[in-house]
Design a protein around this ligand. Structure first.
Ligand SMILES: Nc1ncnc2c1ncn2[C@@H]1O[C@H](COP(=O)(O)OP(=O)(O)O)[C@@H](O)[C@H]1O
Ligand SMILES: CCCC(=O)OP(=O)(O)O
Length: 356
């Protein structure tokens, strides 16, 4: 008898999550943590795929998953070409774009490829849902101020949309008829303006915009950054590593775990307190920017991602933005459920599958 399992794969930069769902319920979930040394053994993110696969094979063995048990596999979508939201079949063209790094490299680029490998082995389809490049931006938001450079939409799509839907459902409101601002605060920070079901503008979480985060710079004073690049003769890979990887809180403290930074800040380290406050202050400013995008018509501001477990961060930001609207907190993320639900909407014929 088939167990109607859906395998969900979510590769993160320093860890990965894998889960099995069936009949609307989470059956099992595992966080696979990688050490810095383990990942340092690979020169590129693509090279990590076989290593990450082995850990998922072990997980499937632990859960006794056999041929015929799976009905689908879904992986978190990565940096591919801009696409509208929805559930996508994993295709060769998508895999090519993710592996090429043409649109950027992030651990989530491995999600579709891993899903496809397991889907092929178990004879089912592979999908991705609402990848980080979902682009529903209004045209005016694309202008950067320099001809030839266009702003793009890269944000924590899955969790931001899932958190928005969840908060609105609690208030008996519908996503497609509401306006919300979602600030996702994790390793990276993105802030998105959701207008009647479309994300019409974002503070991009990876290209060097907006607020700094535990490991990313956010926006920088450009002239000074250009001088640093020239003075230090930095190449593109080095520049990208500064913007996403070695920036933000890490550049000040050498630490990316915000729990440690917060503990230090609240036990009297004034410099750490200032670094932490700076991040919160910048997130608040980004929320204000998105409130303008929504012309002040904001039903809820939602703070989500791992950092929103912090009472200190939440109250700091609330102090600046609660005049705009009610502020709701959705700590952590709902990515695994969102991936599963996206696949089920297609398998249950509630939504058409999209082709990349
Ligand atoms: N209780 C907490 N208080 C403060 N920060 C936290 C807490 N729990 C997790 N974090 C921080 O959240 C960040 C990771 O968030 P998460 O959403 O899991 O990240 P990712 O973007 O990697 O998915 C880390 O900096 C972590 O220290
Ligand atoms: C904004 C793109 C997605 C992203 O940065 O995810 P993480 O914060 O999990 O690295």
């Amino acid at each position: 008898m088939t167990r109607n399992l859906v395998l969900v794969i979510n590769p993160g930069s320093t860890s990965g999550k894998v889960a099995l769902f069936s009949e609307g319920k989470l059956i099992s979930e595992k966080v696979i943590r990688y050490t810095v040394e383990e990942l340092a053994a690979f020169k590129t993110i693509n090279e990590q795929q076989p290593f990450r696969k082995v850990k998922i094979v072990e997980y499937l063995k632990e859960n006794n998953v056999r041929q015929g048990d799976l009905i689908a596999v879904v992986g978190r979508g990565g940096l591919s070409k801009p696409i509208v939201g929805g559930t996508y079949l994993v295709t060769g063209e998508m895999l090519h774009d993710l592996a090429s790094g043409e649109y950027g490299m992030h651990a989530s680029n491995l999600g579709a490829g891993l899903a496809k490998e397991f889907a092929d082995e178990y004879g089912v389809n592979a999908y991705t849902v609402d990848p980080v490049v979902v682009d529903e931006m209004q045209d005016v938001a694309r202008l950067s101020g320099l001809a030839g450079i266009e702003r793009r939409s890269v944000f924590h799509t899955l969790n931001s949309k899932a958190a928005a839907r969840a908060v609105l459902a609690e208030h008996h409101q519908v996503y497609e008829e509401s306006n919300v601002i979602v600030a996702h605060m994790g390793g990276g920070v993105s802030v998105s303006a959701h207008h009647h079901g479309s994300v019409i503008d974002v503070v991009n979480g990876i290209d060097g915009e907006g607020a700094y985060s535990p490991e990313r710079t956010g926006g920088l004073p450009l002239v000074m950054f250009a001088k640093k690049i020239i003075d230090e003769r930095l190449d593109m890979e080095q520049v990208k590593k500064i913007l996403a990887g070695d920036g933000g809180i890490k550049s000040y403290t050498d630490e990316i775990d915000l729990r440690i930074v917060e503990k230090e800040a609240l036990s009297g380290n004034a410099a750490y307190r200032n670094y932490l406050d700076g991040m919160c202050y910048q997130v608040a400013k980004c929320i204000g920017e998105m409130a303008v995008v929504l012309k002040g018509q904001v039903d809820y501001i939602i703070l989500t991602g791992g950092i929103s477990y912090s009472d200190y961060v939440v109250s700091y930001i609330k102090d600046y933005v609660s005049w705009i609207s009610e502020v709701e907190i959705v700590p952590g993320e709902k990515e695994m459920e969102a991936l599963y639900q996206g696949v089920m909407r297609v398998l249950n014929h509630e939504e058409d599958v999209k082709i990349y």
